[in-house]
Design a protein. Sequence first.
Length: 479
Amino acid sequence: MRRQAWWLALPLAVATLAPGVAVAQSGAHSDAQSGAGSDATRAAAPSMQQVLESFRADSQAAEQRDSQRLKTLLDDRQALQQAVSDAEQRLQQAQARRQQLDDRQSAQQQQLGELQQQRSDQAGDIGEISGIIKQQASELRDAFGESWLTVGGDAQLPPRLDDHGLIDRQTFDRVRQDLAALVAESGRGVRFQAPVAGKDGDVAEREVVRLGDTIAFSNGDLLHRVGDDGRLAVYPVTPGDARQALQAFQRGDGNQIVVDPTDGDVLEALSRRPSLWQRFQQGGYVGYVIVALGIVGLLIALAQYFYLVIVSGRMRRQMQSPDTLRDDNPLGRVLGRFAALGRDHAPEALEARLDEALLAEQPRLERGQPIVKLIAAVAPLLGLLGTVTGMIVTFQSITVFGTGDPQLMAGGISQALVTTVLGLITAVPLLFVNTALSSRSRRLIGLLEGRASAVLAEHLEAETAAAADAEERRHGAHA
């Protein structure tokens, strides 16, 4: 026992000795630093040998003090032995206390198990019924948490029951009453006043009509519940036909309602559907160029079509009065130039002059058709250009953000598709318009050529007949 006490005292002595050495060294260091500071400030400073001797003296004094403390501690073995005995006694008491607590815990657990078994034996099927009721109440709260049955009426959701223990009779009656109220509200239609948030976010008191758990609306606007407290708000988009039917039903003038069987998914999709202007903006700069070219081509085609219609009417009037030549139509100008040539030219010269007059009128009748044809051919190519640039934007988004969020790729895909659609929408009508213009202009040119050929043939026939008459008169005079 004395040897054990000696070994216990040895670490205590070392622990006691270490701070003394540290104090001595720190004192020596502090003395050295203070001496160095004094050397820097005083002109007459002690030598390095004196500093070393002072440090050795302090160290020896500290070692002597520590040795004396260790010797005193080792000599007092009776005190060490008493401390060890006290520690062992406290350890035994703690172990005994722990054993008592373990025994008490085991007894309480056994008693708890007996009580639970007794409750199970006494309850019988009540425990199973209680569990079913708790489960059904929890499922009903989850299923009807955002239902319309609790809006504008007296129905409430069943309370959330504790998972432990049996339910009492009052709780059972309350659950039964809540279920009966929910069933009754599912077949009712009610009108009530409630605050409703509009499309602009302003909340105002409005009359609301609720039909069971199917639909709720106000002034033709379909409603939905938002937030944890189930506030009423207007859907961003309500179709026009549905709005009119709901307004008539609320006024009492109609008997038709609109139901969304997808629980708002269709209305949500309608609210996210972009408008025509938003679709146009999705095409980007390429879409703007395509639409601008389409408008230019359409204006040119309309202007030329109206010009051809006017020319057709004037030529018709000119053909009805061939003796009166007018300069407001191509036929009158061609016949006027042919009449101004005189009758002393050769037939070949007259035909050449007539062809020249026809060629001079042809550009006016075919004016604008090359531009319309060019725009109709370029528009799909620009749509293809927009498709390529949109796909480049999409792949850049995939490179930077990955494929986790499809909305990041929607911009490039929208540009790719919208520009293609705009190019086709621009090209197809222009092709039809260009065909109509070409057909009308060719018909007018053919009419000009036919009428000019007829005038030339009549002129040549008249000259031939005049020459024959002159020849016949000459032979008659000789006879």
